[in-house]
Design a protein around this ligand. Structure first.
Ligand code: DQA
Length: 151
C-alpha cells in the first residue's frame, strides 16, 4: 500500500496549526503503521514537494502497490498530470485531506484527484488517513466495476 503525500505536508505540526493541527507527518506515518497492521496491509509512506516525483510514484505503484492513499495537497487542485498517472493505475485510490477543503477557498473545492478516486475523506484531521486505510482494504481485491456504493 502506497501512502503518498504532496507538497508542504512535511511541515505538518507547525504549518497553519489552526487548519492542519499539531500532529507531524511522522505522527501520521506512525498512525498509518498502527492502522495497517491489523488490516494486514504493508505501508510504503512517502512525501515529496515535487509534482513530477508524485507522478513517478503513482506510476511506480503499478506492480508495487495494491492501492494508493493519496494526499496530493496543493497539486490536488492543479495537476492534470497527476490525474493522468492515476488513470493509468488499476487499483483502488482513496483521496485524503486533513482539512475540510469545501469549507475553505473556492479554488480548493475542485479536485483533479477526485475524478479518479474511489473515495474521498476530508476535514476529519489526520485521522482521515486511518479511515482511508480502513476504506481501501476491502477494495484491494475488487475489480473497478465492483468498487461503487456498498451497503
Ligand atoms: C490539504 C488541502 C489542500 O487544499 C492544501 O493545499 C494542502 C493540504 C489537506 O490535507 O487539507 O496542502 O490537502
Amino acid at each position: 500500500m502506497f501512502v503518498l503525500n504532496g507538497p508542504n505536508l512535511n511541515l505538518l505540526g507547525t504549518r497553519e496549526p489552526g487548519i492542519y493541527g499539531r500532529e507531524t507527518l511522522a505522527d501520521v506515518e506512525a498512525l498509518c503503521r498502527r492502522t495497517a497492521g491489523p488490516l494486514g496491509l504493508g505501508i510504503d509512506f512517502r512525501q515529496t514537494n515535487h509534482e513530477g516525483v508524485l507522478v513517478d510514484w503513482v506510476q511506480e505503484a503499478t506492480g508495487r502497490a495494491g492501492g494508493i492513499v493519496l494526499n496530493a495537497a496543493g497539486y490536488t487542485h492543479t495537476s492534470v498530470a497527476l490525474l493522468d498517472a492515476l488513470n493509468a493505475f488499476a487499483g483502488p485510490v482513496i483521496e485524503v485531506h486533513v482539512s475540510n477543503v469545501y469549507g475553505r477557498e473556492a479554488f480548493r473545492h475542485h479536485s483533479y484527484v477526485s475524478a479518479r478516486a474511489d473515495g474521498v475523506l476530508c476535514g476529519v484531521g489526520v485521522g482521515g488517513y486511518a479511515l482511508a486505510l480502513a476504506a481501501i482494504a476491502p477494495l484491494l481485491d475488487a475489480p473497478p466495476a465492483d468498487r461503487g456504493a456498498r451497503t
